[in-house]
Design a binder for this molecule. Structure first.
Ligand code: HEC
Ligand code: HEC
Ligand code: HEC
Ligand code: HEC
Length: 436
């Protein structure tokens, strides 16, 4: 079904695709490092998800996770557009309901005007959930330390002289309780908690996860401000909260009429208040998956997850312009595992390891669950780092995401227990093919 959408795109492509446009970055101090950084970003396809304003044009829409999704959703409420698309894509109306993820991500081109390059560098080593209202996660990177250094040097070069300075964060003890309390009052009065959480601090009743979900696009990109002290230099914070676009023209945070004095109080609060974190997570949070006591068919597994979530990175290249997605023919910095999940025969063929086909449907040699289930459980383990829900923030790093063996679905929330039970049951029943 994705194939049907993608094939006509090759024609559209000629008309619509913005190419990989090149823009000259500001003159770097270490030109070779910066040039190398840009090459790494191109190779790892960062611009297949992110905008990189001023640095690199977006990937063509037929391959860009966000731009294709927003194009589809952009036809909502436009009956003429919808009727036009239905001609080529009979399922267009379903797409309008089913697409929810990858609709907006932070712009990397202007990021280092606000966030210290050293903080971006640490993030690339250990990506974690900065934005609790955004369900998608930054993917683990298979890059060497030198490559990551180069990427950050390139991103910093895009900010030029406006790059966030590496000034040390003020010690929290340097701010007294009265100033923190005054800052908190401004924080609430200016409506900051309508978009931002600050650790687990509860500002007002009713500001819960459902509230932030209802805020939708407005709040989705708003970072958890408990990380601001590590990310944003205080001097930049003070300018930013008075006039966000003067620091980073790409942010959607509104100008809220914050005076210079109020900006200082806000900084006192954000840089010195206790974020009321929970203790570090215990061991891996992997659910116990019990089988259902009924028959489960391949079609059900396909409709509930493989065809819905997984095929976007595990496609059949023959019907998708040669692109099998990151998990099959490679992309997003991964070489690919030659694993297509688009049909029963391809699922049964498994993946390629050391030149040999390996089943994802049969238990591993040590009795581990079949790779199909194992990869999904791994994503649950990663959730303590990648998926911190509002007011479930904790101290410590959480379970690291292992770039050598990332959980599935990559970059997306772990599957529900109901979906896992379906997979487990189908596997236990011998993973039968679709009934003819
Ligand atoms: C599959 C989509 C995807 C790809 C590909 C991707 N990212 Fe991300 N990235 C995300 C998401 C989602 C977030 C937001 C995570 C959050 O804030 O909670 C993110 C966040 C980031 C951030 C943190 C932004 C901030 O506010 O500090 C940086 C830096 C970043 N990505 C760099 C990169 C680089 C460099 C590459 C390429 C090597 C890349 N990303 C590729 C999805 C992606
Ligand atoms: C050519 C357009 C296009 C591109 C490019 C694209 N998608 Fe999608 N995506 C769709 C459509 C259409 C659907 C809905 C499919 C359906 O209802 O059967 C969808 C649905 C999804 C879903 C399930 C619904 C949801 O929002 O959770 C995921 C996950 C997804 N896409 C991930 C990705 C990722 C990751 C990329 C980039 C590697 C990507 N997509 C690129 C068109 C696209
Ligand atoms: C309507 C929603 C909204 C409101 C209200 C709002 N912000 Fe923001 N804020 C955002 C968004 C969206 C971003 C950044 C998006 C991005 O990364 O592109 C942001 C970014 C920030 C950042 C940068 C943090 C970082 O780690 O990168 C700070 C600091 C900040 N806001 C402080 C505040 C303060 C203080 C207030 C109240 C005066 C406030 N915001 C009110 C939406 C909002
Ligand atoms: C955003 C892209 C993306 C999505 C979505 C995605 N995958 Fe993957 N998948 C990959 C990549 C990339 C690899 C290769 C990882 C590697 O090289 O270790 C992979 C590898 C795998 C593997 C092999 C794991 C191993 O240990 O060798 C399995 C199994 C798998 N995916 C299943 C799934 C399932 C099931 C889903 C849907 C629930 C899914 N994937 C969704 C990108 C994705």
């Amino acid at each position: 079904m994705l194939a049907r959408l993608l094939v006509p795109f090759s024609f559209l492509a000629l008309l619509l695709l913005p190419c990989l446009a090149l823009a000259a970055p500001n003159e770097p101090t270490d030109a070779a490092l910066v040039r190398h950084g840009r090459e790494v970003v191109v190779r790892a396809q960062c611009n297949r998800c992110h905008e990189i304003t001023g640095g690199l044009g977006a990937f063509k829409r037929e391959m860009h996770c966000v731009n294709c999704h927003t194009w589809i959703l952009g036809t909502k409420g436009k009956p003429d557009e919808i009727a036009k698309q239905r001609v080529d894509f009979p399922d267009w109306d379903r797409y309008l309901d089913s697409v929810v993820h990858f609709t907006r991500l932070p712009d990397l081109g202007t990021l280092t005007r606000r966030v210290r390059p050293s903080a971006v560098r640490r993030f690339l080593d250990a990506p974690h959930d900065v934005r609790p209202h955004l369900e998608e996660s930054m993917i683990p990177l298979r890059l060497s330390g030198a490559d990551k250094d180069a990427v950050v040097a390139w991103l910093a070069s895009l900010a030029g002289p406006q790059v966030a300075p590496e000034e040390p964060a003020p010690a929290p003890e340097s701010v007294d309780a009265a100033r923190i309390a005054a800052g908190r009052t401004v924080f609430v009065a200016k409506g900051c908690p309508t978009c931002h959480v600050f650790g687990n601090v509860r500002f007002q009743p009713g500001f819960d996860a459902a509230f932030y979900k209802a805020m939708g696009a407005n709040a989705q990109l708003a970072p958890n401000l408990r990380f601001a002290r590590e990310r944003v230099p205080r001097s930049v914070f003070v300018r930013f909260v008075q006039d966000p676009q003067s620091v980073d023209p790409r942010v959607t945070m509104p100008k809220l009429g914050v005076t210079p004095a109020e900006a200082e109080r806000l900084a006192d609060f954000v840089y010195a208040a206790a974020p009321e974190l929970a203790g570090p997570p215990a061991a891996a949070e992997v659910p116990v998956v019990a089988a259902l006591d009924r028959k489960v068919t391949f079609d059900e597994v396909y409709d509930e997850l493989l065809g819905k979530i997984c095929v976007h990175c595990h496609m059949d290249p023959a019907t998708n312009n040669g692109d099998g997605g990151a998990g099959n023919t490679g992309g997003l910095g991964f070489a690919g595992k030659r694993l297509s999940l688009e049909s029963y025969p391809s699922v049964a063929r498994g993946l390629m390891r050391d030149g040999k086909r390996v089943s994802i449907l049969t238990p591993g040699p040590g009795g581990q669950p079949p790779l199909l289930l194992e990869a999904l459980l791994r994503r649950h383990r990663e959730a303590s780092r990648d998926q911190r829900r509002a007011f479930a923030d904790h101290a410590g790093e959480g379970i690291a995401v292992d770039a050598a063996a990332p959980g599935m679905p990559l970059g997306l929330p772990a599957l529900s227990l109901a979906q896992l039970r379906l997979v487990k049951t189908w596997l236990d029943q011998g993973a039968p093919g679709p009934a003819e």
